[in-house]
Design a protein around this ligand. Sequence first.
Ligand SMILES: *Cc1c(COP(=O)(O)O)cnc(C)c1O
Length: 220
Amino acid sequence: MSLKYNEILQELQKANTKLVLVSKTKPIDQLQYFYDLNQRDFGENRVQELVLKNETMPKDINWHFIGHLQKNKVKYIAPFVHLIHAVDNLELLKEINKRALSNNRIIKVLFQIKIAQEDSKFGLSQEHCLQLLKDSSFTELENIQIIGLMGMATFTNDISQVRNEFKQLKTFFDSLKQTYFKDNNNFIEISMGMSGDYKIAIEEGATMVRIGSLIMGSRK
Ligand SMILES: *Cc1c(COP(=O)(O)O)cnc(C)c1O
């Protein structure tokens, strides 16, 4: 387990890319194993599971919520979540802002942008993302910080398609950076790449990859 982990860490270090270790469905002792190897960023996609793990594990972990988040569950993770990766609508953003405020904190989020060809994936189209940024109520949200974009490529063996989708996300990130986030030094992250496509993601400019099964073993 740690051999693969070390190998991947070295690859990521060369590219200055952060590893979010996706620990969903895995038991605490497996997370603790990687914590003891100095891993601090973990990704989960179920609220209840994340809350439980947060209660049990050391307090200096950065918990990343990487899944689809329902509005009515934001309150459970708002006190401690480090980064919410997959925000794709204004209502959710408002709720995160509200709960951040009541916890007296600023919560960092990424906009999930739809880059895959598949219909089933969540995410904003580039057009909708632009609309959201222009919405007057967006500027009133003072307890959230948009620190970048997240995307998931199509699940396919077609490497050039995956590469193109990652390129799309990087291009969109760059254009937002030059327009809406011009004077904003916090807009810096591109979260893309999983077990099967992280190498391509690094080449295309990922600042963060979300890897689970390749390091922690397959999930049931
Ligand atoms: C599960 C998951 C991952 C990690 O998937 P692996 O293929 O196990 O690396 C990454 N991102 C999201 C959003 C996920 O739900």
